[in-house]
Design a protein around this ligand. Sequence first.
Ligand code: NAD
Length: 248
Amino acid sequence: MVPSWTDFAGRVAVVTGGGSGIGLELIRLLLEAGARVATLDVDPTGAPPGAFTQSVDISDPAAVAAAFTAVHDDLGKVDTLFANAGIGSTADVLACTPEEWDRVFAVNARGVFLSIKAVLPGMLERGSGVIVNTASVAGMIGLRDRAAYCASKGAVIALTRQVAVQYAGQGIRCSCICPGTVDSPWVGRLMDEAPDPAKRREELIARQPVGRLGTPLEVAQAALYLASDAGAFITGSGLVIDGGITAA
Ligand SMILES: NC(=O)c1ccc[n+]([C@@H]2O[C@H](COP(=O)([O-])OP(=O)(O)OC[C@H]3O[C@@H](n4cnc5c(N)ncnc54)[C@H](O)[C@@H]3O)[C@@H](O)[C@H]2O)c1
């Protein structure tokens, strides 16, 4: 359900990774709030009808630039970017190969950088724009067996702050969301891969003081708030939506 303070009528929004999970819920909310929405995703087939879709690997500079040009040609200049696409990695430093490290950074950190790079010129020209990156509590605290993932999300938080400070005087806001464990298809896959999926689910739930996982909708609503006019005084922030993990 769209909160009453949201109105994105006439705005153009891009959600990366909108084919599944948090990004998919974001697209639903944005469409309901009146935005014209595009998604860039390696597999956009799951994106809701009504969204303009581009099949692209967010870590590929040429492909990302071409996809944003196509969005611009089809929908107009981007008012709001949700740099949300990301991948996981379940390895500590010893188990993580340099190749895995590079791949995680290419998608999670370079993908955010490339997306911001593509929308900034239009935002600067108009003197307005909002960027909301999807980081994670993994960028704030250490999680076991998540070396590259934690480091890549820390990079997203740091880039968020830098972009916020750099362009605050030019009408551009940049913040990030830091979700805890969210019951998205990704986390479903993680559980399925565990030797005992039910036990793994219980372990993940036990990590969260509220005693349950978050939902993609709860995270999407928080991202929408940051991007909305109600969030006009917020920039450089990391909004934590984690059921209390980081408070414990
Ligand atoms: N689910 C969680 O518990 C959780 C917690 C904290 C942060 N996050 C972050 O939220 C974001 C979304 O995760 P989700 O849980 O919705 O996962 P998800 O797997 O359900 O959705 C991720 C989407 O990103 C797309 N994607 C993956 N690699 C891509 C690439 N190289 N180029 C373009 N698109 C790509 C996938 O196709 C998919 O549609 C990620 O950045 C993730 O790190 C998730």
